[in-house]
Design a protein around this ligand. Structure first.
Ligand SMILES: *[C@@H]1O[C@H](CO)[C@@H](O)[C@H](O)[C@H]1NC(C)=O
Ligand SMILES: *[C@@H]1O[C@H](CO)[C@@H](O)[C@H](O)[C@H]1NC(C)=O
Ligand SMILES: *[C@@H]1O[C@H](CO)[C@@H](O)[C@H](O)[C@H]1NC(C)=O
Ligand SMILES: *[C@@H]1O[C@H](CO)[C@@H](O)[C@H](O)[C@H]1NC(C)=O
Ligand SMILES: *[C@@H]1O[C@H](CO)[C@@H](O)[C@H](O)[C@H]1NC(C)=O
Ligand SMILES: *[C@@H]1O[C@H](CO)[C@@H](O)[C@H](O)[C@H]1NC(C)=O
Length: 287
């Protein structure tokens, strides 16, 4: 997270904190005893939105998705239920409320991201020694874009190829194999010596080995006979796009010729990064 983010005091803004746990635990955020839904902090302008810097202090915790047993080095075992946090990290930053801006619409005073800037929470993949390139483009009609602010691994290299055009490059080393790193960024502009920031975007970069993802198809049918899948593998490109071809054979007696109809195909999608295997969030999905 940045040390400081800013928003004009008359503009609404959501700060979607990147909460990500590579081994699949559920991550929750709270401020004191109050849970922050989906780890999104919302600033909603109010009559008493005084300009100035406000320190935001919260805690991110990970919860197991089912009962787990932790064994300590001394052999002592503890059961942790899905209502108990395994660990917590504090998150602190300053939110600066700036003077009122004539328009809160992105692209006028506040910089607006343009394609191919990755979406907030996009998941990107790269591998050891392979340079990941993130192109960021932003524009503002009234203000002048002056800089890109970012956080992430220390050896990220930033270049610019014109106003509002930035590239971040990161080459992971072998120590980072199997890890996931957040990279967050905002674009800052200036007009009449007032600074304006775009929305905050964060992406997760997972460092995989040579075959980061494979797809396997298994089949079941109710009632039988069970169709036979043809194996498939799919390796995603750097933008995590991949194609899985689903092809199944019906062995004899051929049920299709006897009036069977395929009613549902249910996909469970998993991805694997080194040792970690994780189901995609919105699956199983019905097709
Ligand atoms: C912030 O999030 C809320 C709830 O998802 C949404 O209704 C609102 O439009 C968002 N505001 C902005 C400025 O994106
Ligand atoms: C999880 O652990 C709690 C406390 O030990 C126990 O009450 C509960 O039945 C367990 N749940 C499952 C699904 O094992
Ligand atoms: C910025 O200016 C361009 C060209 O004048 C216009 O097409 C666009 O709508 C403006 N954008 C905003 C957000 O006002
Ligand atoms: C990555 O580069 C380092 C230094 O050039 C080299 O020693 C290492 O074998 C490379 N690793 C992979 C997986 O390519
Ligand atoms: C980033 O932009 C450069 C220059 O326009 C282009 O050559 C490169 O392919 C882009 N990279 C990605 C990952 O989009
Ligand atoms: C620039 O800021 C000054 C002081 O806040 C103000 O008096 C002036 O009107 C502003 N100019 C423009 C063009 O907004």
């Amino acid at each position: 997270m940045f040390l400081s983010v800013r928003v004009p005091s008359n503009c609404e803004r959501n700060f979607s904190l990147l909460a990500f746990d590579p081994d699949g635990d559920e991550v929750r955020c709270r401020s004191g005893l109050v849970t922050i839904s989906s780890c999104i902090l919302s600033f909603i302008p109010a009559a008493n939105s005084f300009e100035g810097a406000y320190v935001q202090q919260l805690v991110m915790e990970d919860f197991p998705r089912q009962n787990i047993t932790l064994t300590q080095t001394n052999g002592l075992q503890t059961i942790i239920t899905p209502n108990e946090a395994i660990s917590e990290i504090p998150v602190q930053f300053a939110l600066r409320l700036d003077p009122v801006v004539p328009s809160c619409t992105a692209g006028i005073y506040l910089p607006k991201f343009l394609p191919p800037t990755p979406a907030n929470r996009a998941q990107l993949y790269t591998s050891v020694n392979q340079t990941l390139e993130i192109n960021i483009s932003a524009k503002a009609n009234v203000s002048t874009i002056t800089e890109l602010l970012f956080s992430g691994p220390h050896n990220i290299v930033q270049t610019t190829s014109g106003t509002g055009q930035y590239t971040l490059r990161w080459t992971p080393s072998e120590q980072e194999d199997g890890e996931s790193h957040p990279i967050c960024f905002v674009v800052q502009a200036v007009s009449n010596s007032t600074k304006y920031q775009s929305e905050l975007r964060c992406v997760i970069v997972s460092v995989g080995n040579a075959t980061p993802l494979t797809a396997t198809i298994t089949t079941t049918a109710s009632p039988p006979p069970v169709p036979t899948p043809e194996t498939t593998t799919a390796v995603p490109n750097i933008s995590n796009q991949f194609v899985v071809i689903l092809r199944v054979k019906f062995s004899s007696p051929s049920p299709l010729s006897e009036g069977y109809i395929i009613q549902q195909v249910r996909l469970f999608l998993f991805y694997q990064i080194s040792k970690h295997v994780k189901a995609l969030d919105n699956c199983p999905c019905w097709v």
